[in-house]
Ligand binder design. Structure first.
Ligand SMILES: [Zn+2]
Length: 495
């Protein structure tokens, strides 16, 4: 079946050219995020992370509290008991607590204490290199690689990640369960299965679950749900780098999309979709795909439809992939001229336009960046927050709220995750700097001085951050990301 291809002129969204002063008011996306409403039947399993002693006490003294409610940061203390934050602002009996040898006291000296970050488009199983070879990577090494990425997220200050596809069908599930059991370090995680594509619409063959037509698609979803996934991934549109499947092509039909949503929701699972093409975005909205990735080529009609249903959808643009492919891929043999020629500049321009308009209309946009490709390496996740500020008209506060309270909402646990408030789980980071003045500070691992997850200290002090290996590094010493020089050219073409 030929895909439906569109190459519309970029839409105006009914706007005259807007050149206003940068917005400086209160965060506009608080209401947007509060208003998101997923049906209660789609609530993910209530995972717990084991291993926190119920009597453990941590006192953060003299910190600048950035609580993700929209309030400006304010000075105070924060007390954590067991897994939860129990006091914020004024901690009673502080002097007594400080003398108690069982209380771990961390002197903030005015540093920023904020919620751990969240990512709405995570691939633990991507190797920072050749995705085509992931299908052939032995399962033993692939487990190591996946655990390594999970650790890299928590090392980078991320405490919530929403899985956006797993290269092997059970990897995400197994790693999620190991994190929750306290066996390996990693963020709270909602696991995905393999991405599902039509046989004429795949992006990377070795990591795809194939299905054509509504019945086979329902079958794949039932299979993944049986394996224990939390989310279902549909790969609906193309991707320019494949050179065979355009980002403006939509491969799914209405019947297929409707069947996937019906089956997924019936089984209590939400769906997310790789949807760059106009028609793929429209189908997601029409049939209720909960999380829409990219959405680059949304048109006027799609924008209006999305606005009307903005409490039902979350957009995660993963815009760093477009930026990285244009600006950072040259070193890997994919020149900027090539990226421009196949359409990445055009797509980036379209995406920025659409996303700004979504933000203006109060449509929820969350960071989450498709990290784990060669030129979007693991550990650089917080670039997304900078892009939101520099390209999408978010204030730094809005960007942080999206990455914290926003991803907590995506987890459907906004009453206990993503904020520095009493009764919330103690997932927090102590930042040496003010991210409201300089959002890029969150990308600097040396400035993430303390990282706490579930009331347990993951990192304290200025422990050196060790970046995960990349393909071919150290003369191929790392077994989990070997280089494949003989296919290098092919790799550059296909991711
Ligand atoms: Zn992705």
């Amino acid at each position: 079946m030929a895909p439906s291809r569109t190459a519309d002129p970029l839409p105006s969204f009914g706007q005259k050219s807007v050149t206003s002063e940068p917005y400086k008011g209160p965060p506009r996306n608080i209401k947007t995020i509060n208003d998101i409403h997923f049906d209660a039947s789609l609530q993910p399993t209530n995972y717990k992370i084991l291993g926190t002693h119920p009597d453990s006490k941590i006192l953060f003294e003299d910190v600048s509290i950035l609580d993700s409610t929209g309030r400006d940061p304010y000075p105070g203390d924060v007390l954590i008991e067991g897994e939860k934050i129990v006091r914020v602002g004024n901690v009673p009996d502080k002097e007594k607590l400080k003398k108690d040898p069982k209380v771990r006291v961390i002197h903030g000296r005015g540093r920023t204490l904020m919620s751990g970050l969240g990512d709405a488009h995570t691939h633990f199983t991507w190797n920072g290199g050749d995705l085509n070879r992931l299908g052939d990577l032995g399962v033993e090494k692939h487990v190591l690689l996946t655990a390594r990425s999970a650790q890299c997220y928590i090392d980078s200050g991320y405490t919530m990640c929403f899985g956006a596809a797993s290269a092997k069908e059970r990897l995400d599930v197994v790693i999620r369960d190991a994190i929750n059991a306290g066996d390996i370090p990693g963020p709270r995680y909602l696991a995905n299965g393999k991405e599902m594509a039509r046989r004429d619409g795949d992006l990377v063959a070795g990591i795809t679950a194939y299905a054509d037509g509504p019945e086979e698609m329902r079958e794949v979803i039932r299979h993944h749900v049986k394996l224990g996934v939390d989310n279902i991934k549909l790969s609906m549109s193309g991707e320019e780098i494949t050179e065979t499947r355009s980002a403006q092509d939509c491969y799914f039909t209405d019947e297929e999309t409707a069947a996937c949503v019906d089956e997924g929701h019936k089984l209590g699972k939400r769906l997310c979709a790789h949807a760059r093409a106009r028609d793929s975005v429209t189908m997601c909205i029409k049939h209720g795909v909960d999380v829409i990735y990219h959405a680059s080529y949304i048109n006027d009609e799609g924008m209006d439809m999305l606005e009307a249903k903005k409490t039902k959808h979350v957009i995660a643009p993963a815009i760093n992939w477009l930026i990285g492919t244009l600006n950072d891929a040259e070193a890997f043999g994919y020149p900027k001229a090539k990226a421009e020629q196949v359409g990445y500049q055009r797509e980036l321009d379209a995406a920025i336009r659409g996303l700004r308009e979504m933000h203006r209309r109060g449509i929820p946009i969350l960071p989450g960046g498709d990290y784990g490709f060669a030129w979007t390496p693991h550990g650089t996740y917080a670039r997304d927050l900078e892009h939101f500020v520099k390209l999408l008209d978010f204030t730094p506060m809005e960007s942080i709220i999206a990455a914290t309270a926003g991803v907590a909402k995506l987890f459907m646990r906004e009453q206990e995750l993503g904020k520095i408030q009493e009764g919330f789980y103690a997932d927090c980071i102590l930042v040496d700097g003010d991210p409201l003045q300089d959002i890029t500070v969150l990308q600097d691992h040396d400035k993430l001085n303390v990282i706490v997850l579930n009331g347990r200290v993951h990192k304290a002090g200025r422990k050196e951050y060790i970046a995960p290996p990349v393909a071919g590094q150290d003369a191929n010493y790392h077994p989990i990301v070997p280089d494949f020089p003989e296919v290098k050219k092919e790799m550059q073409k296909n991711y």
